[in-house]
Design a protein around this ligand. Sequence first.
Ligand code: DGL
Length: 270
Amino acid sequence: MGDARPVGLFDSGVGGLTVLQEILRQLPKESTIYFGDNAHVPYGSRTTEELIGLAYNIISFLVAQKVKYIIFACNTNSSISLPVLKKYFPVQMVGLIKSGAQEAVKATKNHRIGVIATAATIKNGAYAREIKAASPRAAVFSQAAPKLVPIVENGKIKTAEAFQATREYVKPLKEAGIDTLIFGCSHYPFLSHEFTAALGPDIKLVDPATATVMKAREEMQKLNLLNNPIPQNSPTHRFYVSGNPHKFQELASCLWNHPMPEVEQVSLEK
Ligand code: DGL
């Protein structure tokens, strides 16, 4: 029968849907619970204390929903909150940074790796540390991109503003001669057209979600947590947000190009 409890994941808004997409692809038998903290987006300009407090409340909520495993679908929290909070909860958790860094090290040929992420993730330096740990000879070029999350959250993908901002941010990375770029924020895969237009076809784009979900799957298998539903019991996918549920639902339907199920608003303020 397997373990039918859901996998929990969270982000500041719709960015984590790029991770959910990977879960649906690699773990199609699993039920999920998604939390989008859209009352507090963007995370990238928040302090360490704020981020840890917000993540603590979200993880407590997911644990109360009886999730069996948590995937941090947010790089900002993967770098800042996960190392602190994993000690406090009795549930296995994984973040995006280590797998993303290792994937980029595998992909690069010239050992010049770019990281584009929120200001908080870049300031924390977790990607640079993990890349260096995986390959001491790698050179890491980091770029904070504070305009990109608001562009995605305001539904402005594929606009002139989105192409312009992306071009501006990747310019110094191109000049540094990178051959691989890590999407260090889960919102950015929604801007992959903009990135490909700005970078050209030769720079490899790494979305950490792919390798992270693969790792989650391996860990869940080892811990006997994988689901094996009987045919008439198909997996369920629930969505919660802290802010406006209609805005989230509308935006997610556009980004995903198919209708979203009902989204429920919950307040986690203590
Ligand atoms: N999508 C998140 C990340 O991966 C958070 C972005 C934000 O809210 O600034 O970092």
